[in-house]
Design a protein around this ligand. Sequence first.
Ligand code: ACO
Length: 323
Amino acid sequence: MIRSVVRGFGAHLPEKVMRNRDLEGVVETSDEWIIQRTGIRQRYIAGEHETTASLGEMAARAALDRAGMTPGDIDLIICATSTPDNTFPATAVNIQNRLGMHHGAAFDLQAVCSGFVFAVTTADSYIKSGLAKRVLVIGAETFSRILDWTDRTTCVLFGDGAGAIVLEAEEGEGTIADRGVLSAHLRSDGAHREKLYVDGGPSTTGTVGYLRMEGREVFKHAVGMITDVIEAAYDATGLGSDDIDWFVPHQANRRIIDASARKLGIADQKVVITVDIHGNTSAASIPLALNEAAADGRIKTGDLVLLEAMGGGFTWGSVLLRW
Ligand code: ACO
């Protein structure tokens, strides 16, 4: 059985750090409120010359370096983003060009905060079907550009950044001992649109628009949806929370992460947390967190890693993989 194995990982953050205290001068808020409700202490904000594609390019280069590969080795680039540089062409094609790559294919995938989980699942399908051998999967965002900086209920939550992994086809035994993606479960339900959306777009207002969110409503659904797709992963593989080495959730809110881990019985020391330093970077949050935990030696070859995300749409999903 063909498996999609992680060969490299990388990330890139904008130069500018915005701490909670810096936001106190922007909207009526406080460091204490933000930390207590979200766990966020700081986030990175893209500068004038930084874009989703420029951040994504740097993350991609770092992932390729770690994989010991060049753009010439890649046959597909998938970029998960909801904040593309332009309506078109796709940011993935922009990154492809920045990498000096003129073969293969590149496209964007839009599933908001679940984008990276959707992109890894899509890459895995391409690899398993033989359509691609080496896929660069990027999550890159500049959410600061779609925030209403007068709305304290949203602007304190998000940040910018990019992360990437390289997936490569490898022959496995078809058992849970294999390295690579072992299970993937994706869901969406557009009935929840009004709870989290952007109030603009090319076909409606002709503007980019701003992010709007009923935070309490999103919170109410989050833990149930997250545990649903993780239980689906356990059912599909026969694995459970005790088997997991690292839980790498989408980093939206510390309280959502803690509540999900508690409900699933995942021990605190297995949970990778970066929301405190990155804020919610939407599709970039999981690859940024993977980069932190793999670069500092926590995630090692052979470890069982559980990814999960929930976001606008709603969309939600899980990926279980052996590193
Ligand atoms: N600073 C100070 N006070 C604030 C702020 C702020 N930044 N924002 C809101 N408040 C106030 C509210 O006005 C409210 O005041 P009131 O009681 O006088 O009306 C009070 O704080 C409580 O507000 P709540 O919205 O009830 O606060 P809650 O505890 O629910 O926390 C939060 C809000 C952090 C947004 C939380 O609901 C949350 O994290 N929701 C989920 C968001 C999420 O996970 N999104 C993921 C998907 S993101 C994506 O897909 C793009």
